[in-house]
Write a new protein. Structure first.
Length: 271
C-alpha cells in the first residue's frame, strides 16, 4: 500500500545479556510501514515478532539501530498507541462501556477533558464503536457476562477508542475457536476499512495474516530477521470464502514453506 512513511526501523537489533550468556533476540532489521497500512509479521515462535511490537511501542529499547516515526526518532514526539493482545484483560469490576472508555481517562489529550466529556461526547464515541461491532446491547453488562469473542470485540474497541496513531495486535484472536476467529477477522477488517489506522499484527496463523493484511513480513527462526516482504493483493472487502480459493491457499502454502525452510539469522559473537 502506498502512502506516507510512518514507522521505520533501521538496522534495529536486540540482544539480551552479556558475555557467554548473551542472547540475540533480533538481528539488525529494517522495516518500513506506511501510514494507514496493515502489516502482518509471521514466523516461528521466538523469532522476534513480539520484540518488534515492544520496540515500536517503546516498551523495549533497541540494542542497536534506530526507530523513526514520521521521520523523527522514537521518543522525540509522543505517539499514541493502541494495543490488543490474546487475553482481552477487561477489568471485571467495570461495565463493558467503562472498559472501552478507559484509554480516554488515561491517555493525553483526552484525560484532561474526561470529567467534562465522560457522559456526553466520550460516551457517544464509545457507544458508536460498540454499535459497530454489535455490542451496544451489552454496554452495561459485566465482562463475565460476555463470550470470548464478545470480549475480544470489546478489546478491539478499547484499543481504537482513543484514535491511536498505531494499532498493535499481538495474537488477539489466537485463543478463539475457528468460527469465532473468522468472525472477528471480518470485524477487524471492517474497523480498519472505516478508520484506516496504521496496524502491525503479530500472528502464527498464516490464513489470518493473508486475510487481514496488505503486507506480510516473514521472519526467520531466532535470532530473527525479515526474509520476505510481500504484498497481499486480494480485493477488499474480503469475504471468508476467499480463504478457500486457490490463489489464497497457494499464498498460505508459500508462506509456510518460507518459514519451515528459512535458516536462522547470524548469531551475535559472545564477548
Amino acid at each position: 500500500m502506498s502512502g506516507t512513511e510512518f514507522v521505520k526501523l533501521e538496522g534495529v537489533g536486540v540482544t539480551y545479556g552479556e558475555g557467554a550468556s548473551k542472547t540475540q533476540a533480533l538481528c539488525p532489521t529494517d522495516l518500513s510501514i506506511a501510514q494507514g497500512d496493515f502489516v502482518a509479521l509471521v514466523g516461528p515462535s521466538g523469532c522476534g515478532k513480539s520484540t518488534i511490537l515492544k520496540l515500536v511501542s517503546e516498551l523495549l529499547k533497541p540494542s542497536e539501530g534506530n526507530i523513526f516515526f514520521s521521520g523523527r526518532e522514537l521518543g522525540a514526539k509522543p505517539v499514541r498507541v493502541g494495543m490488543a493482545f490474546q487475553s482481552a484483560s477487561l477489568l471485571h469490576w467495570m461495565t463493558v462501556r467503562d472498559n472501552v472508555m478507559l484509554p480516554l481517562k488515561i491517555v493525553p489529550p483526552f484525560k484532561a477533558e474526561f470529567r467534562a466529556k465522560r457522559d456526553g461526547e466520550f460516551k457517544d464515541r464509545v457507544d458508536a464503536l460498540l454499535e459497530q461491532v454489535g455490542l451496544i446491547d451489552f454496554a452495561d453488562k459485566s465482562p463475565w457476562q460476555l463470550s470470548g469473542g464478545m470480549m475480544q470485540r470489546a478489546n478491539l474497541c478499547r484499543a481504537l477508542v482513543h484514535d491511536p496513531d498505531l494499532l498493535l495486535l499481538d495474537e488477539p484472536f489466537g485463543a478463539l475457536d475457528q468460527f469465532t476467529r473468522e468472525e472477528l477477522w471480518q470485524t477487524m477488517q471492517d474497523l480498519w476499512m472505516n478508520r484506516k489506522s496504521t496496524v502491525l499484527l503479530v500472528t502464527h496463523d498464516l490464513r489470518e495474516a493473508a486475510y487481514l493484511a496488505n503486507r506480510i513480513c516473514v521472519m526467520s527462526a531466532r535470532p530473527g530477521r525479515i526474509i520476505d516482504d510481500r504484498q497481499v493483493t486480494f480485493a477488499r472487502p474480503r469475504a471468508i470464502d476467499v480463504t478457500f480459493e486457490p490463489p489464497f491457499t497457494q499464498m498460505v502454502q508459500d508462506l509456510r514453506q518460507l518459514i519451515v525452510h528459512a535458516p536462522a539469522g547470524p548469531k551475535a559473537d559472545a564477548a
